[in-house]
Each structure stands twice: as C-alpha cells, then as structure tokens.
Design a protein around this ligand. Structure first.
Ligand code: MYR
Length: 131
C-alpha cells in the first residue's frame, strides 16, 4: 500500500529537526521547500525508492531488516535499516560522523503518507499526498 508516487505537502517541526541535525539556516530554508517526491515500489521484502527534490535525484534499494548506507541531501552519511511493524515501516539509522541515532517511520494515515523523524530528542513530520 506504500506503492505509488508521493509528493510532500506539509512539514511539522521540520526546521527545528534540521537545526538539531546541525543544518545551517540557509540550507534549512531551502530544504523546507524542496518539493520532495518519492516513488515507492515494494516487492515482497524489497523496496525500490526513487527520491527527487530540488537538491537531487537518487535511487535507493533496500531489503527489510538489512542494513544499508544512505547519504542525506546535505551529505551526512548514515547506515541502518527499515523493518515492518504491523502496517508501519520503522527505520533506525546511525550517523557515521557522530554515532547518534535517527529514527524514522512511514505510515499511511487517512490516505496520506506520514513520515516521522526523531533525532536527539526532536520530532518532526513530513506529510505526503499521492500524486
Ligand atoms: C528511504 O527509505 O527513503 C531511504 C532511507 C532513509 C534513511 C533515513 C532518512 C532520514 C532523512 C532525514 C532527512 C532530514 C535532513 C536533515
């Protein structure tokens, strides 16, 4: 049910979250309006995600429960994995530069895709609508 093309529609507390991540105000302003689009294709335990935004286009492939490496749009490198918990995707990623943990979830709520983020005590959400 995650399959499809999702366009970010609104953010909640994303600026504070990015600030906690150490991202400077210039980049935060741009990132708040990055027009993020994710195309999700799930086949069994495998996910193929096409990410596009004003920053970049990126193809990501992962298998549930299997660690992989990912670089955030600002270059910050993390490694971690996604797992399914009921209908919710739960991700746990560790920054390579400071070993701090970023957790994230994806869930379908009322036809929207809600992605939550937590880093170092700060929570945020990005809410996507199906294109
Ligand atoms: C994916 O499933 O889309 C790829 C793996 C995602 C890893 C963790 C994503 C955290 C993104 C946080 C962005 C905030 C920038 C400060």
């Amino acid at each position: 049910a995650f399959n499809g093309t999702w366009k970010v529609e609104r953010n909640e507390n994303y600026d504070k979250f990015m600030e906690q991540m150490g991202i400077n105000v210039m980049k935060r302003k741009l990132a708040e309006h990055d027009n993020l689009k994710v195309i999700i294709e799930r086949t069994g335990d495998k996910f193929h995600i096409k990410e596009s935004s004003t920053f970049r286009n990126k193809d990501i492939e992962f298998t549930l429960g299997v660690q992989f490496e990912y670089a955030l749009a600002d270059g910050t490198e993390v490694s971690g994995a996604w797992e399914m918990d009921g209908d919710v995707l739960k991700g746990k990623f560790t920054r390579k530069d400071n070993s701090k943990v970023l957790t994230t979830t994806r869930a379908l709520v009322g036809g929207e895709l809600v992605q939550s983020y937590n880093y170092d005590g700060v929570d945020a959400k990005r809410i996507f609508k199906k294109a």
